[in-house]
Ligand binder design. Structure first.
Ligand code: C2E
Ligand code: CA
Ligand code: CA
Length: 360
C-alpha cells in the first residue's frame, strides 16, 4: 500500500469514526426524556441515512433508499443505519417473498407434515406435532425456517396459522374416525408470538375445535419460551383465555430462553419440551446431561409432562428414560411425515401394538 493509499484509508476511517460519534450524539440527544405537564416522555428515534455518492440519483431514489435504511434501523440496536445497495436487494427479495406468500395463502400452497411423539417407557405413540411446509410452484417443498420468520414479521402467519390449526384438527379427527382401534393421540400445533397477540386467536381455535369435532383436551398449543417473556401481563391473560377452552399448553424450545422457576409457576403450562441443543449431548456430555436432569426434575416438581426434542440416537433415548423423561420426539422414532404415511403408521400400530416402533 502506498503512502497516498494509506492516507486515503486513514481519512476514510477517521471520517467513519467521526460519523459514528456524531450519530451517537444525535441519538442520545433525541433520546433525552422530555418533561411535559404531568408526564415525562421518551422518544425512540430511528434514523435511516443515505449518502449521494455519484450525485446521479433522483430525489425519489434517495427517499426510497432512506426508507430502506430506516427499516433496517428499526431492527438494529443502534437505532440508525446507513444505506447500502445490499439492503435494497434484500428489501426487494422480502417484498417478493411476501407477495408470493399472499398468493400461497390464496391458492392453498401449504401442507402439513406430522411428527410422532413417543412414550419413552411404553413406546406408545402419544401424539403428533403438525409442522407446516410450503409447496412452492418453482422451489418445491420449502421448510418453515425459510418463510415462517417473514410470515411473522408481515403478519401473514395469522392466516397461515388459522389454516394450520383447522387443517391439523380436521386430520386428527379423521384419524380418530378412520382408525377407531388406534391409540388416542394428542395434536401439537405451534403458535407464534404474532398469533398469540392477535385478538381473534381464542375464537379461531374454539371454531377449529367446534367445526372439526376434535376434543379440546386433545389439542396442545406450543409456545416458545421467548414469547412468554415479553409483555407478561397481557400474555398471561391470553394464556388463561386459551386454557379456558380446555386445551393444554407446552413451552417449546425449553432451556433456550430465560424463564425462571417463578415464571414457570405463574404460567398455566402443562408440558415442557426440552430443546434439541440440550438433548444432543445428553448421553455424551456431563454438562448437557446435568442440565437435562435438572429440567426434568423441575418439570416433575411442577407436575408438568416432559418431552425431549430432537432425539436421534438410541443412547440418548436410553439416557432420557433413565432420567425419567416422559416423552421423546426425534428422527430416531420418526421424521415429520405426510399425513398418509402417518395413517399407515397408525393402522399398523392399531393392528400390531406399539412394541415394534419402540424398538427403534
Ligand atoms: P419446532 O417447533 O422446534 O419443531 C421441531 C423442528 O425440529 C422441526 O423442524 C423438526 O423437523 C425438527 N426435528 C425434529 N426431530 C429432529 C431430530 O431428531 N433432528 C433434527 N435435526 N431435527 C429434528 P421444521 O419442521 O423444519 O420446523 C422448524 C420450526 O418452524 C419449528 O420448530 C417451528 O418453530 C416452526 N414451525 C413449523 N411449523 C409451524 C407452524 O405451523 N406455525 C408456526 N408458527 N411455526 C411453525
Ligand atoms: Ca414445536
Ligand atoms: Ca422446539
Amino acid at each position: 500500500m502506498s503512502s497516498d493509499e494509506f492516507g486515503l484509508l486513514l481519512d476514510r476511517l477517521t471520517s467513519a469514526v467521526d460519523a459514528t460519534l456524531a450519530m451517537e450524539r444525535i441519538m442520545s440527544t433525541l433520546r433525552q426524556p422530555i418533561q411535559l405537564p404531568g408526564a415525562q416522555v421518551e422518544l425512540q428515534p430511528h434514523i435511516g441515512i443515505v449518502v449521494s455518492i455519484g450525485g446521479d440519483e433522483t430525489a425519489e431514489d434517495l427517499l426510497r433508499n432512506g426508507a430502506v435504511a430506516m427499516h433496517r434501523a428499526r431492527l438494529s440496536e443502534a437505532g440508525y443505519a446507513l444505506f447500502d445497495p445490499e439492503m435494497h436487494a434484500d428489501a426487494i427479495r422480502r417484498i417478493e417473498v411476501e407477495s408470493e406468500l399472499r398468493t400461497a395463502i390464496e391458492e392453498s400452497q401449504f401442507i402439513l407434515h406430522y411428527q410422532p411423539t413417543i412414550d419413552l417407557r411404553t413406546g406408545r405413540l402419544t401424539g403428533v406435532e403438525a409442522l407446516v411446509r410450503w409447496q412452492h410452484p418453482r422451489r418445491g417443498l420449502v421448510p418453515p425456517m425459510e418463510f415462517v420468520p417473514l410470515a411473522e414479521e408481515s403478519g401473514l402467519i395469522v392466516p397461515i396459522g388459522q389454516w394450520t390449526i383447522k387443517e391439523a384438527c380436521r386430520q386428527v379427527r379423521l384419524w380418530q374416525q378412520e382408525i377407531p382401534a388406534g391409540e388416542p393421540i394428542a395434536l401439537n400445533v405451534n403458535l407464534s408470538a404474532r398469533q398469540l397477540r392477535h385478538p381473534n386467536i381464542v375464537r379461531d381455535i374454539a371454531d377449529a375445535l367446534d367445526d372439526t369435532g376434535l376434543l379440546p383436551s386433545r389439542l396442545v398449543l406450543e409456545i416458545t419460551e421467548s414469547v412468554l417473556m415479553v409483555d407478561t401481563a397481557a400474555t398471561l391473560n391470553r394464556l388463561y383465555e386459551l386454557k379456558s377452552l380446555g386445551v393444554r399448553l407446552a413451552i417449546d424450545d425449553f432451556g433456550t430462553g430465560y424463564s425462571s422457576f417463578a415464571y414457570l409457576r405463574r404460567f398455566p403450562v402443562d408440558i415442557i419440551k426440552i430443546d434439541k441443543s440440550f438433548v444432543d449431548g445428553v448421553a455424551t456430555e456431563p454438562t448437557s446431561s446435568a442440565l437435562v436432569d435438572a429440567m426434568i426434575r423441575i418439570g416433575k416438581t411442577l407436575r408438568l409432562e416432559t418431552v425431549a426434542e430432537g432425539v436421534e440416537r438410541v443412547e440418548q433415548a436410553d439416557r432420557l428414560r433413565n432420567l425419567n423423561c416422559d416423552i421423546g420426539q426425534g428422527y430416531l422414532f420418526s421424521r415429520p411425515l405426510p399425513s398418509d404415511a402417518i395413517t399407515g403408521m397408525l393402522r399398523e400400530r392399531a393392528a400390531n401394538g406399539p412394541s415394534r416402533a419402540n424398538a427403534a
